[in-house]
Design a protein around this ligand. Structure first.
Ligand SMILES: Nc1nc2c(c(=O)[nH]1)N[C@H]1C(S)=C(S)[C@@H](COP(=O)(O)O)O[C@H]1N2
Ligand SMILES: [Mo]
Length: 370
């Protein structure tokens, strides 16, 4: 699986996942191609409790598969006593629930790392909150009668492609204890409508609290296994590695983060902000998959003040926050940072890792107050 030689004569460090850009190297056409396929949420959409579907971030590794909902079946098999083959109608007839969940891509913030891992070049915008409607995964696992010695559940999507020279279906696993959690759902609805093709129609997994890669889209198979799953997206990708030889730890839950709606008006090209002097309300959202968000602070030119933090939209969704700022004329840098109930806070210098995973660097917005 190890890559050997570069396809271009760029002095990239080559490895399983993707090359590193050399310091100062601009975004390539290949990265731009990924960036235009995989949109981010415009930061002004932080104003909505629930992100409109068309503004929710999107991450698709391969192509969006064409799925015929009539012919489609969900297979539940492996180490089970009752293998199941469910139609969409059968899944829709099961007990249903709607919960708001904040999803974030584990690669969010990757483009700011030095050296930059070449992959989807997110800045900060790989985020969104939707109201997901579906049925509990645990109920389906119970109906299938999974074996007592089951260790992991493997989820397979209908999309297929090549990544790091490995041809594959998109597949991820969860330890049984995580898969059984009450809030883990198989969903067919997003914001009160059927899933759109790009978000996993007709059915996807939602794993609240975990980075987005766990929430397998276009789900067509659930398999109970009694050993470890070693598929590429589990054993190769989504690991906190320092080097290619470092097996690293797996990426799991979302680290604490706050983002603000950039205040004032933008300059078209640079997005630099222009704000009129006087009272300005800075607003944003904060979230964490490891523990509740306990505190949000806003910094102006390095001076921090506590923001007013609202109750979260749900157990697995973001909280709104706000702060009144008396803006005085000049060039200002506005930042925000959140802290969770475990005392984890966001770094002002992001620790580096090879795949650019789990970044939660403090957001910095440059503002001209006039
Ligand atoms: N089948 C499949 N599921 C997938 C992916 C994918 O490429 N294929 N991408 C994953 C990643 S990396 C993320 S961040 C989320 C994104 O979900 P969204 O596009 O609905 O926001 O889906 C996850 N589920
Ligand atoms: Mo992702």
């Amino acid at each position: 699986m190890q890559a050997t030689v570069g396809s271009r004569d760029r002095p990239h460090i080559l490895r399983v996942m993707s090359p590193l850009a050399v310091p100062g190297e601009g975004i390539s056409h290949e990265e731009l191609q990924l960036a235009t396929r995989n949109r981010g949420m415009p930061l002004e959409a932080l104003r909505y409790d629930v992100t409109p579907v068309g503004m929710h971030y999107l991450l698709v590794h391969f192509d969006i598969p064409a799925v015929d909902p009539v012919a489609w079946r969900l297979r539940v098999d492996g180490k089970v006593s009752e293998p199941l083959e469910l139609t969409l109608d059968e899944i829709r007839r099961r007990p249903s629930r709607t919960i708001p969940v904040t999803l974030e891509c584990a690669g969010n913030g990757r483009a700011r790392l030095e050296p930059r891992p070449m992959s989807q070049p997110w800045l900060v915008e790989a985020i969104g909150t939707a109201e997901w409607t579906g049925t509990s995964l645990a109920g389906i696992l119970d109906d299938a009668g999974i074996a007592a010695d089951t260790t992991e559940i493997v989820f397979t999507g209908a999309d297929h492609g090549v990544e790091a020279h490995v041809e594959q279906d998109y597949q991820r696993s969860l330890p049984l204890s995580e898969a059984r959690r009450d809030e883990v759902m198989l969903v067919y609805g997003m914001n009160g409508r059927p899933l759109e093709p790009q978000h996993g129609f007709p059915l996807r997994l939602i794993v609240p609290g975990w980075y987005g890669m766990a929430s397998v889209k276009w789900l067509n198979r659930i398999e109970a296994i009694t050993d470890r799953f070693h598929g590429y997206q589990q054993a190769g990708a989504y690991r906190y590695q320092q080097s290619e030889d470092d097996p690293g730890l797996p990426v799991t839950r979302i680290r604490v983060r706050a983002l603000m709606v950039p205040p004032g008006i933008p300059d078209f090209l640079t997005r630099r902000r222009i704000v009129d002097a006087g009272s300005v309300t800075i607003v944003g959202r904060a979230w964490c998959g490891e523990a509740p968000v306990e505190r949000v602070e806003v910094g102006v030119d390095g001076e921090w003040s506590d923001a007013r933090l609202e109750r979260p939209l749900g157990d697995w969704a973001w909280s709104a926050w706000s702060l009144a700022w008396e803006a005085t004329p000049g060039e200002r840098v506005v930042t925000c940072r959140a802290t969770d109930a475990h005392g984890n806070t966001q770094p002002t210098e992001q620790p580096w890792n090879l795949q650019g995973m789990g970044n939660n660097l403090v957001q910095e917005v440059s503002v001209t107050v006039r």
